[in-house]
Design a protein around this ligand. Structure first.
Ligand SMILES: NC(=O)c1ccc[n+]([C@@H]2O[C@H](COP(=O)([O-])OP(=O)(O)OC[C@H]3O[C@@H](n4cnc5c(N)ncnc54)[C@H](OP(=O)(O)O)[C@@H]3O)[C@@H](O)[C@H]2O)c1
Length: 297
């Protein structure tokens, strides 16, 4: 569709530019004898998509010169095991970045895990220290997906100031930190922000008011084009594999927004795949190299 390629925001191209800079920074560190290292900790819940997700993250790390590894803890007594891992990895001077694969299993208190992690290694910005800095308008490590939305707006020169940004979803990894950044009284912020969630009444009513709409609700193709204002900017955070026999592999990826109908009204839109996802990964690499630079100072 010609119109959709004109308005499509190319997340892969943005990610490539970020990665080039991260690679140059990593090379400087490596010359000084510091090899940036990222450890992902996951709970063994046999999610079939987990392996391919970890492989693609490992590949991304390798592209820029970051060493990466995955550590698995058993599902039984996961909170204790994750806390012990956090404490051990905090002590390990060869590790610069640590992240826990989210969502953690139900019943695990994530804050009891993150508080045991050295906040200087918290590349996903989930430690209370980093969440506090963000709330104070002095962000250091910030959840990468929320930051990816900010980065896309900046790089595509989409002005937020004074505009109505409607965020669907209030999670700690996307909606809440994003709302905080968009409200900051600084460049890239100063938006008028509305946050919707599962208890919001009449979601289409709020979507219709958005100059910029961010969808992060975890519901495949939920937001329809007819809900949107003509000319809205649409940033789709959702990622879902849905069955589709037309594809050789039997499935395809979609977002929280119904892409085809949204393309008929949006002025700019991120596709799924190839939108917010690659930028999120690139920013995780950036955070890891920054953590390694901080440790080298
Ligand atoms: N592209 C990336 O790199 C990336 C990274 C992370 C996540 N994701 C994707 O982004 C999506 C959101 O992730 P998340 O971790 O933020 O999810 P989450 O923790 O499940 O939060 C979902 C949020 O959406 C709200 N919500 C759910 N159904 C709704 C509905 N029908 N109407 C209005 N609000 C609704 C929930 O409301 P309540 O608070 O009331 O429950 C919650 O605030 C998922 O599809 C996930 O796969 C993508």
């Amino acid at each position: 569709m010609e119109q959709s390629s004109d308005i499509r925001i190319d997340g892969r191209a943005i990610a490539k530019k970020i990665e080039e800079r991260v690679k140059a920074d990593a090379e400087r560190l490596i010359k000084r004898g510091v090899i940036p290292r990222l450890v992902s900790v996951a709970v063994d819940d046999e999610d079939p998509s987990f392996e391919s997700y970890m492989k693609s993250r490992a590949k991304a790390c390798a592209r820029v010169g970051i060493e990466s590894e995955v550590e698995i803890v058993p599902l039984k007594d996961a909170e204790r095991a994750l806390g012990l891992k956090a404490a051990r990895l905090s002590e390990d001077r060869s590790v610069h970045g640590v992240l826990f694969s989210l969502p953690l299993p139900s019943g695990v208190n994530d804050q009891s895990v993150y508080t045991r992690l050295d906040h200087r290694k918290d590349v996903e910005g989930m430690h209370p220290w980093n969440a506090g800095l963000l709330a104070l308008g002095r962000p250091r490590f910030v959840p990468c997906t929320a930051l990816a939305v900010m980065e896309i707006l900046k790089r595509e020169t989409i002005d937020v100031e004074g505009r109505h940004v409607v965020i669907l979803g209030r999670s700690k990894v996307v909606g809440a930190p994003l709302a905080s950044m968009l409200l900051h009284k600084s460049t890239g912020g100063n938006g008028t922000v509305t946050v919707c969630h599962s208890r919001t009444r009449d979601l289409p009513h709020f979507c219709a008011q958005a100059d910029i709409l961010v969808a992060a609700i975890g519901q495949p193709e939920f937001v329809k084009g007819e809900w949107l204002r003509q000319g809205a900017v649409v940033l789709d955070v959702g990622t879902h594999a849905i069955d589709d026999p037309a594809y050789k592999r039997g499935w395809r990826l979609v977002g929280d927004v119904h892409y085809e109908s949204a393309c008929t009204v949006a002025s700019r839109i991120t596709p799924v795949p190839g939108g917010v996802g690659p930028v999120t990964t690139a920013l995780l690499l950036q955070a890891t190299v920054r953590a390694a630079m901080g440790a080298d100072e």
